[in-house]
Design a protein around this ligand. Sequence first.
Ligand code: GLP
Length: 237
Amino acid sequence: MKWIKTQNYGEMSRLVAQLFIKQLKDNRNTVLGFATGSTPIGLYEELVKNYNENIISFSGALSFNLDEYIGLARSNEFSYYYYMYKHLFSHIDMKESNIHIPSGDLSFIERSSAAYKQLIEVAGGIDILLLGIGINGHIGFNEPGTCFNSNTHVVELETSTRKANKIHFDNQENVPTHAITMGIASILKAKKIVLLVSGQSKQAAIDFLRTGEVTEQFPASALHLHEDVTIIYTDVK
Ligand code: GLP
């Protein structure tokens, strides 16, 4: 596990962007894994900027997102689908058929969980996967207690997660109670993982991760089982 401390959020975003840019330049058909939340917004701005300056193209790339709320339509401004188009996909040349975001549509959730795992396998696996972290150590939406053997599955969100994520919603009641997420086993299959951490609220999570203890009660600790993880962090938002 490689730890890189940056001076501020801007430096963190530029640094992680360089990893994605290199990946795209080394292999135009690369498979990228994306996350949502406040932390990666600077990365997406950097990628759009580099695309606009003709430094990179996503025309041959595929992408898989980590997770989605259950019960929010794609057109809902709080869905991760909406977020990804707003911050990235509407501004770049990735083919729509190459973009994969788990479906939060309850009517075919069972089928879509199994299908998501298969789609990733057919694509040849994820070359570089971006992660953020929740204050309780969740990655994707894998809450404490999630089995490390898990593939894409439905989860009930913890109250603390719904509280933390209410900043993205108009009020807490509107934060969905369930989500669909790539599981820990699927995350660990990515060839390279980059975890971004920003802000004081994540300090306790960082401190735990540094202890090296591996426990299902702290999902991000599964990353100790992977051989190519880079953590880029900053105390300053
Ligand atoms: C959500 C997402 C996670 C993300 C986390 C942290 O719960 N499902 O993938 O890592 O939020 O978000 P933020 O970057 O806003 O702190």
